[in-house]
Design a protein around this ligand. Structure first.
Ligand code: ADP
Ligand code: MG
Length: 215
């Protein structure tokens, strides 16, 4: 499979559909322990990316991730805008001109997730998007180290993202708005963890189709 930026319009479209389909459910999650704006914040960013998608398709990965990061930072707003923006800008910095194989992608994605941890001063177990992003990065690194075949890597990534999202339900929020609720934050899935999982699963679906499509 050629993992090229020409796939970006399809990837962005898939993310758009996944967030649209789950918009009400995720808004309900954010209303329970946040301020309810997470989906509309994210949809503003996705709309901006859709408008840029033909342009993004012409770039190399480093330039595309940089542009995606800047767009997320300016268009999304809220805590999640700067965090998702940081993820992609840091991925761009780590990408340089290296060819994109599983090993390099695992390193690049991990560098992005480390930057999110620093930016949000947060780590795993705090009931945020990091409870999806950190295990997914680990799953990619482990797959690269063990030369796991791509279809299996994608399947593992999707399962890991779902497990990470589910794990936030019983956590105590210690970062972001949900932390203001203290013990009352327990019992609700974190909205940012849910949208991270939905976006990752949407990407996995397109890439899996791509992998099995006749050349
Ligand atoms: P805001 O909280 O500013 O209204 P959003 O509603 O767009 O922003 O995003 C909220 C999501 O951002 C949370 O559900 C959580 O996943 C994530 N988040 C908030 N603070 C942090 C942090 N410090 N580190 C990592 N993720 C965070
Ligand atoms: Mg919010």
């Amino acid at each position: 499979m050629q993992l090229v930026p020409a796939l970006l319009p399809r990837l962005i479209q898939a993310i758009d559909n996944a967030i649209e389909t789950n918009a009400e459910a995720v808004t309900a999650l954010d209303q329970a322990i946040g301020d309810g704006d997470h989906v509309t914040n994210l949809q503003r960013g996705i709309k901006a990316l859709t408008a840029q998608s033909d342009e993004l398709a012409q770039l190399d990965w480093a330039a595309a991730w940089q542009k995606i990061g800047m767009t997320m930072m300016t268009a999304v707003g809220g805590a999640s805008g700067s965090l998702y923006g940081t993820l992609f800008v840091a991925m761009s910095k780590a990408a340089r001109e290296r060819p994109l194989d599983l090993q390099t992608f695992a390193e690049i994605f991990s560098a992005g997730v480390d930057a999110v941890k620093q930016r949000g001063k947060a780590d795993a177990g705090e009931k945020t998007m990091l409870d999806v992003l950190i295990p997914v990065a680990a799953s990619l690194r482990q797959a690269a180290a063990n030369s796991v075949a791509l279809p299996e890597v994608l399947e593992n990534v999707a399962q890991t993202a779902i497990a990470g999202m589910e794990s936030t339900r019983d956590m105590l929020a210690t970062k972001g708005r949900a932390s203001f609720l203290e013990e009352r934050s327990r019992g609700h899935i974190d909205a940012g963890a849910k949208t991270s999982q939905l976006m990752i699963c949407a990407l996995v679906e397109v890439l899996t189709e791509q992998l099995t499509a006749p050349a």
